[in-house]
Structures are given as structure tokens and as C-alpha cells.
Design a protein around this ligand. Structure first.
Ligand code: NAD
Length: 504
């Protein structure tokens, strides 16, 4: 079943039904840049029907700590496409970020940020950047699950899911195919995080094999980020998880010298939201000097998403021609470089005058180079046999000698369960370890069934019943151990579903 499908509309757009778009005017410079953007869209013949919604500062101040009213959700669900100007989040702990609320509530799993250099019209050391960063938008460390477990230790859960990987990676390949791109690069850190980033890597390889016409490569994120900064022109489409994507999309936008000009798309199963990357710029609001380019570029992505690719190309090319003609708003104006410093309205009119023109030196937009179709399959969960074989019991213990703790815990191994090892911050400290390892008050004690053979390679685990686990926990509790949490570890179809301790 398809979850997203967009097609190039080649027929006469004015004769087809307009696409409904929920439009948020935003705060600060929001209303000015939105007016500019909508004027350009109308002049270019975009076939959309805006329905205005209120998001942001006024909604927050009227008592909605989320920045959005219940009724607005209904408008969004009806329209399915949102064009959003930046909003102001009032200062103070009680106001939740509306952007995060929108992304997660609406299932906007893909964050798409294209970056292009506009050299020599916007200075950069790299004149040939044309890269699209596709970032997973809902999970990873941004799931926001954090806990303080002992006096010394806080944790943040990194959640990577197979459906999440499949959706974002398939979207990246579909995007490449739809817009005529040649290569997809995956960035991960699976030399360290073998399960989480390892899953992202594995799914990337699986999905890549379905697209033999698109080149694929995998890079470790640290060297990948360094190469992206040093040689951004070597990259085409990059797909990665949430945190890495957040970081590298800023790196590449900064390297291109055009952070303020970029637009972004947040794509979900049924709903998509398009916005500029910058904020509401309250310092220049109402002065008719703001640069509307970020929102214009977001609107171009919106038009491509709803299949109005010809209009998207026309607006992009008129915008490139305006930049190339040296007609610049104050934020990018440079003496001896730019030709004319213009207001928001003058910049808008200059783009409208250039509709139908292509840039002479900058690369013209050609979104129509690809198939224009993005299809993402719904996730089908395979049936696997899951067996509980190991239990990690985390204990808050104030002692300092791992041998003390290990010897005490070994007494609880009894007939049914036995202690296999103890780690501290992931490093094995019992039954053997290194004297130099620093130990906190957070101990992971790994227990297996007493029949398991753990001194062979690979270990032969045995199934643990829940009753065995409960009686061990109860014994430990009665003996005064402060159990913080237990992590049940499984084999899936006989494959180990957990990492080894360092030194295990
Ligand atoms: P900002 O991006 O609004 O402004 C940073 C600087 O860039 C300012 O000097 C501003 O004048 C300038 N600038 C930004 N956009 C410009 C444009 N289009 N044309 C010319 N100059 C521009 O960042 P900030 O000051 O940190 O944040 C202001 C408000 O925006 C805050 O309330 C923040 O929460 C909000 N914000 C919203 C979004 C969003 O809605 N997506 C994103 C980021 C920040």
C-alpha cells in the first residue's frame, strides 16, 4: 500500500482542482515574507487554495502552551499540506516547541534540506554545492526519553526502529529517482553503535539493492561530516538519522554560505509541512527589509511535492536570475558585489518580473529531470521467534571495588540464574577488568540461565523464564541491592539482539 505518492502534473494546471494548503502567517517577519511568497506563487500560476491558520505567539499567549489550538489540527488534517512562516516561541519553560509538536504529532518522518551554492553571488569557498540532506525526523536521541538513574548517571535512550529506517531510507532513494539525482550516501556510526546504527546501515544496503540505477555508499559520520565540510560538491543526496542530520545539515548550509536562504520540508505519511530554516527575526519585523528567499524555497519544495513541478522550476529559475542580477535584500547585499539593495516588496517584484527566465551562470532548476513520483511502502513486520536469554540488572551501588560487588552477587546466582559479568559505563570490570577503569555508582550486572554455556565462542544461551527472573530480582531486593532497572535481552530467530560488554 502506498503511503505517499506525488506525480508530475503535465496537463493544464488551471483546469485541475487546486491543492488545499493550510497557510500560517507566523510572527515577526512571517506575515511579510508569506505575502511575498504567495504573490510569487500566484503570479507563477501555482494551483493552490490557501486556508489560513493561526500558530505561534498569540496562541501561546492566549493560554495554549503548545502554540496550537484544537480547531487548527482539524484544518491541518483536512488540508494535508502546510506552508508555515516562522513563529516566535515565548521565553519560559512552560512553552513547548511547536515545531517539535507538529513534527511528532503529524508523523512528519522526513526532514529534507537542499543546499546549493550561489557562487559568485553569495560568497562561499565551494562553488559547486548541490546536495540534499534527508534527515530522519522522529526518533533517535530526539525521542526525548531521558532519566537520571543514580546520583552520578543520567541516560538518554537512542531509539532506532526498522520501520523508521525503512521509511526514511526508501524516501531518500525515491527522492533521488524523482528528482534525477545519481547517488545516495548513508552516514552512520556503526563501528561503535553496532545495533542501532548497524540497523540503519543494514536497512540502507537492503533498500539500495532495490535501486540499482542509483549509486550508493556508506560513510562513518565523523569522516563523512569532515568530507562534507571539505568537499561538499562530491555529495548528491545524504540520508542519516536525526541527530547526525541535524548537525550535518547546518554544516553544509553554513559552508554554502546561505543558511538564511534555505527552505526545508517535513514529510509525513499523509501530511507535509514546508518552512524556511530561519526564525521570525523580530528585530527587523515590519520594516519591509526581510529576505523572503527561505520561505520561497520552501514553497518551491511544496509545489514539487504536490506535483506542480513546472511551476516550481519556473519560480526557482526566476529567483536564481534575480540573485544573479545582483538584486539583493539587505542581509545578502555587498557593496561592489551586489547591484541594488532592495526591500522585501521590490525583491518580490523582481522575481515576478523574471518568471519565464533562466539564470545565465547559476545552474538552472530542473526538478522535472526525474520521474516526479515518490512512493513509500507501508511497513510489514516479519514474524520472528523471540527468546529471553540474558538479563541485565542495573544496580545503584556506592562501593568502589567491582570484586566486592561481583562476589556478593555471585551468591545470588543459585540454581537457576548465574552472574556472567559486571560492567561499569559499558566496560567489563568483573570477573576480570583493568585497575585503571573509573567506576561510577551505575553497575550493569549481566545474568544468564545457569545451564547456559558462556565460556565457549559464541556463547550458548538458554531460555530464561519470567518466573526465574522475578525470583532473582526479589532475592536481590531482599538482600538490599538498589535495582534501578532491568533490561531483558533476547535472541531473535537465534540471532543475538544485544551488544557485548567492552572486554566481554
Ligand atoms: P532568527 O533566524 O529569527 O534571526 C537571526 C538573525 O538573522 C537576526 O539578526 C535576524 O534579523 C536575521 N534574519 C533571520 N531571517 C532573516 C530574513 N529572512 N531576512 C533577513 N534577516 C533575517 O533567529 P532568532 O533571533 O534566534 O530567533 C527569533 C525567534 O524565531 C525565536 O522566537 C525563535 O524561537 C524563533 N524561531 C522559529 C523558527 C521556526 O518557526 N521554524 C526557527 C528558528 C527560530
Amino acid at each position: 500500500m502506498l503511503i505517499t505518492k506525488q506525480r508530475v502534473q503535465t496537463n493544464n494546471l488551471s483546469k485541475s482542482q487546486p491543492t488545499a494548503v493550510a497557510v500560517a502567517l507566523g510572527d515577526g517577519i512571517g506575515p511579510e515574507i508569506m505575502e511575498a511568497t504567495l504573490n510569487i506563487l500566484e503570479s507563477a500560476g501555482a494551483n493552490i487554495e490557501p486556508e489560513y491558520i493561526e500558530l505561534g505567539k498569540q496562541v501561546y499567549l492566549s493560554g495554549h502552551s503548545s502554540g496550537i489550538e484544537e480547531d487548527t489540527w482539524e484544518v491541518i488534517k483536512r488540508n494535508k499540506v502546510i506552508l508555515k512562516a516562522p513563529i516566535t516561541t515565548p521565553q519560559g519553560r512552560s512553552y513547548k516547541s511547536l515545531n517539535v509538536t507538529l513534527r511528532k504529532s503529524l508523523g512528519l518522518f522526513a526532514n529534507i534540506r537542499p543546499v546549493c551554492s550561489l557562487d559568485p553571488f553569495v560568497p562561499t569557498n565551494h562553488s559547486k554545492i548541490d546536495v540534499v540532506i534527508i534527515r530522519e525526523n522522529e526518533e533517535d536521541l530526539y525521542a526525548g526519553i531521558e532519566h537520571q538513574q543514580t546520583q552520578d548517571v543520567v541516560q538518554c535512550l537512542k531509539l532506532i526502529t526498522r520501520p523508521g529506517c525503512e521509511k526514511i531510507i526508501r524516501y531518500a532513494f525515491q527522492f533521488a529517482q524523482a528528482y534525477g539525482r545519481k547517488k545516495v550516501t548513508c552516514m552512520v556510526k556503526d563501528n561503535i553503535m553496532k545495533l542501532t546504527d548497524g540497523l540503519f546501515h543494514r536497512v540502507f544496503k537492503e533498500v539500495a539493492s532495490e535501486y540499482p540505477e542509483i549509486e550508493n555508499e556508506v560513510q562513518i559520520i565523523d569522516i563523512g561530516a569532515a568530507r562534507l565540510a571539505a568537499h561538499p560538491e562530491r555529495y548528491d543526496v545524504v540520508v542519516t538519522s536525526n541527530l547526525y542530520g541535524d548537525i550535518i545539515s547546518d554544516i553544509v548550509a553554513e559552508v554554502a554560505g546561505s543558511v538564511g536562504l534555505a527552505g526545508s520540508a517535513n514529510i509525513g505519511k499523509e501530511i507535509a509541512m514546508f518552512e524556511a530554516i530561519h526564525g521570525s527575526a523580530p528585530d527587523i519585523a515590519g520594516q519591509n527589509i526581510a529576505n523572503p528567499s527561505g520561505l520561497i524555497n520552501a514553497a518551491i519544495m511544496m509545489l514539487a511535492h504536490i506535483g506542480q513541478i513546472d511551476v516550481a522550476d519556473a519560480i526557482k529559475n526566476a529567483w536564481l536570475a534575480t540573485i544573479e542580477d545582483g538584486i539583493h535584500t539587505a542581509d545578502i547585499f555587498k557593496d561592489g558585489w551586489s547591484k541594488k539593495k532592495v526591500s522585501t516588496k521590490e525583491f518580490t517584484n523582481a522575481i515576478i518580473e523574471r518568471l519565464g527566465r533562466k539564470p545565465k551562470r547559476l545552474k538552472a532548476s530542473q526538478l522535472s529531470a526525474g520521474s516526479g513520483i515518490i512512493e513509500v511502502q507501508d511497513y510489514k513486520r516479519p514474524i520472528e521467534k523471540k527468546t529471553l536469554v540474558v538479563v541485565d540488572i542495573f544496580i545503584d551501588w556506592q562501593g568502589s571495588d567491582p570484586k566486592d560487588m561481583g562476589d556478593q552477587l555471585s551468591n545470588f546466582s543459585g540454581e537457576k540464574m548465574k552472574l556472567k559479568m559486571i560492567t561499569n559505563r559499558g566496560v567489563k570490570v568483573y570477573p576480570t577488568g583493568q585497575d585503571y577503569t573509573f567506576c561510577t555508582d551505575h553497575w550493569r550486572c549481566r545474568f544468564v540461565a545457569s545451564e547456559a554455556k558462556t565460556n565457549v565462542s559464541p556463547p550458548k544461551y538458554k531460555a530464561i523464564t519470567f518466573e526465574r527472573l522475578l525470583s532473582l530480582l526479589s532475592e536481590l531486593n531482599q538482600a538490599g541491592f538498589d535495582i534501578i532497572k532491568t533490561e531483558n535481552l533476547y535472541e531473535f530467530n537465534g540471532r543475538r539482539g544485544f551488544s557485548l560488554g567492552q572486554g566481554e
